[in-house]
Design a binder for this molecule. Structure first.
Ligand code: S3P
Length: 440
């Protein structure tokens, strides 16, 4: 089916209903990768069948694993206990997590592989991962600029390293740990600020021993090399980063009440929900339970009078992907929302600070840009603009949600990218009552 070139969201309809969050993207990538590194069968349920994760699925097939789709979100991976040299190029599409974790995983198998991605991924920094993998003994050659895809990996006998994180990046940590699994010695990653710990949790589920010394704010993770992984069952809970969009709509559209079921509540992922509650959001979490080794709950958002706050910089890692949608809701809050210490946003699927500033301004919102952050002054949102998304799914979804409560319609370009993380987003929003139409 041809993708629409534009999508337009309009206000005027109340949003009501209960939906289920799509599977968590971070965990879905890891389930495919660890399943492929392991010996034997991994059965996954709740996998996110978004373009990013499907690219990782194709990559692990190219590395020698067998992947079979058993039903919606249900996949079986038969791992060979290692990766083989692939025949073609490993095309990771738009997925930063996919390529960085795969580079780490592949580095320890003494194989060669060429990694590439789409135009957006080709602009994103890979040196933050490959520099450390090179310190461990892998080699990377670059067909263009150093540190930018395409990259050619020559793996080898790796030696463990001690690494102290300078940015709280779970992708960097995970790439090092996955390489460390096949390195000689004990790999140590010290994080002064904690980043999401799905890799550590999942490594344990696959039978590896991972030692974590928790110092409160940060932690030190130690992994002894040479540990085999054994296939296991993985249940992927709902993605809090995706749940954020229908919940945001519930908060800003007058008269609305939206429930998203099965949302993962790992504390390293829930910074946005804490922030919204501090802003005065009527956000309640019910039915807390465990699923796939993670806390999960059903979240209800009711239309709320929000007020601007200063978002603590220490919270950045736990909501780094959520600042675009936070900014969209901040546009309706009373007063100023200050978002700082988030320079990492500039190296995501797009320069998300620049794109949100431009998009919100086009919609008549007062925004101030800083090198490492931005400030949004809320009130009513005039809307009436077409926003450039620069191939970024979260920029597109954030502005569509904004349009549901703006005075005039908001249009986004390149909406096909939404499928990288949230296939079915438009249908879900329409099911809740939202007015989202194809075209300008
Ligand atoms: C992710 C980590 C984050 C996040 C990305 C997913 C992961 O990136 O932005 O969407 O699954 O590990 P960084 O680790 O680079 O901050």
């Amino acid at each position: 089916m041809a993708q629409p070139t534009h999508l337009t969201a309009r206000s005027g309809r109340v949003l009501q209903g209960t939906v289920h969050a799509p599977g968590d993207k971070s965990m879905s990538h890891r389930a495919f990768i660890l399943g492929a590194m392991a010996h034997g069968i991994t059965e996954i349920e709740g996998l996110l069948e978004g373009d990013d994760v499907l690219a990782t699925g194709r990559a692990v097939e190219a590395f020698g694993a067998l992947t079979e789709r058993l039903g919606p979100g249900r996949w079986r991976v038969t791992g060979q206990g290692g990766f083989q040299s692939p025949e073609g190029i490993i095309d990771c599409g738009n997925a930063g997590t996919g390529v960085r974790l795969l580079m780490g995983a592949a580095a320890g198998y003494g194989i060669s592989a060429t990694f590439d991605g789409d135009a957006s991924l080709r602009k994103r920094p890979m040196g933050r991962v490959t520099d450390h993998l090179e310190r461990m003994g892998a080699r990377f050659d670059w067909s263009g600029d150093r540190g930018l895809l395409p990259a050619i990996l020559t793996g080898g006998d790796l030696a463990a390293i001690d690494h102290v994180q300078t940015v709280a990046s779970a992708q960097v940590k995970s790439a090092i740990l996955l390489a460390g699994l096949n390195a000689t010695g004990t790999t140590t990653v010290e994080e002064p600020e904690k980043s999401r710990d799905h890799t550590e949790r999942m490594l344990r589920a696959f039978g590896a021993e991972v030692q974590v010394v928790d110092s409160g704010e940060g932690w030190i993770i130690r992994l002894v090399g040479g540990q085999p992984l054994t296939g296991t069952a993985v249940s992927v809970p709902g993605d809090p980063s995706s749940a954020a969009f229908p919940l945001a709509a519930g908060l800003i559209v007058p008269g609305s009440e939206v429930t998203v079921e099965g949302v993962m509540l790992n504390p390293l992922r829930t910074g946005l929900f804490d922030t919204w509650i501090e802003m005065g959001a009527d956000l309640t979490i019910a039915n807390r339970r465990q699923s796939g080794g993670e806390d999960v709950g059903d979240i209800t958002a009711r239309h709320s009078k929000l007020r601007g706050i200063v978002v603590p910089e220490t919270r950045a890692a736990s909501m780094i992907d959520e600042y675009p949608i936070l900014a969209a809701t901040a546009a309706f809050a009373e007063g100023v929302t200050v978002m700082r210490g988030i320079g990492e946003m500039r190296v995501k699927e797009s320069d998300r600070i620049a794109l949100m500033v431009a998009g919100l301004r086009a919609c008549g919102v007062a925004v101030e840009e800083e090198p490492d952050g931005f400030l949004v002054t809320g009130g009513t949102v005039p809307g009436g603009a077409t926003v450039r998304t620069a191939h970024d799914h979260r920029i597109a979804m954030s502005h569509l949600v904004l349009g549901l409560a703006a005075e005039r319609a908001v249009t986004v370009d390149e909406p096909g990218m939404i499928a990288t993380s949230f296939p079915g987003f438009v249908e879900m929003m329409r099911g809740l009552g939202a007015h989202v139409a194809e075209g300008v």
